[in-house]
Design a protein around this ligand. Structure first.
Ligand SMILES: [Cu+2]
Length: 114
C-alpha cells in the first residue's frame, strides 16, 4: 500500500505486458473440413488472433459478414489443403463470416470486452 509512486518504469511496463497477454487469452483455431467451419462459433477476448486452417482439397475463404451483406472487415483466402490464415479482432461484438465460394458455409466469432 502507498507504494504507487515507487514503481520503476521497467516494472510498470512488465505489468502492462502481462495484462495484455492475459486479456488476449489463447489463440483459437478453426479447422475447415468437409465444407464446414469447426467449431462454427468461437468466443474470444478482444485482441485475440483467430487462425483458420483448410483441411479440404478445394479453396475456401473466410469472408466477414454474410453473402447478402459483406462487412469488409476481413477476406481470407485459403487456396488448398494445409493453408492457413489469421485475423486479429480487438473490437467487442459478434462477427459473422462465410465462405465466398460455398455460401452455405457460415461461422461466427464472439469477441468479448478485454
Ligand atoms: Cu468454401
Amino acid at each position: 500500500m502507498g507504494a504507487r509512486g515507487m514503481i520503476g518504469a521497467g516494472r510498470a511496463l512488465a505489468v502492462v505486458v502481462a495484462a495484455l497477454v492475459a486479456s488476449a487469452g489463447p489463440s483459437p483455431a478453426v479447422e475447415i473440413q468437409v465444407f464446414q467451419f469447426r467449431p462454427g462459433s468461437v468466443e474470444v477476448n478482444g485482441g485475440a488472433t483467430i487462425t483458420w486452417t483448410n483441411r479440404d482439397d478445394t479453396e475456401h475463404t473466410v469472408t466477414s459478414g454474410d453473402p447478402e451483406h459483406r462487412t469488409g472487415r476481413f477476406d481470407l483466402r485459403l487456396p488448398g489443403r494445409g493453408t492457413a490464415a489469421a485475423v486479429q479482432l480487438t473490437e467487442p461484438g459478434v462477427y459473422h463470416y462465410f465462405c465466398d465460394r460455398h455460401p452455405s458455409m457460415r461461422g461466427e466469432i464472439r469477441v468479448n470486452p478485454s
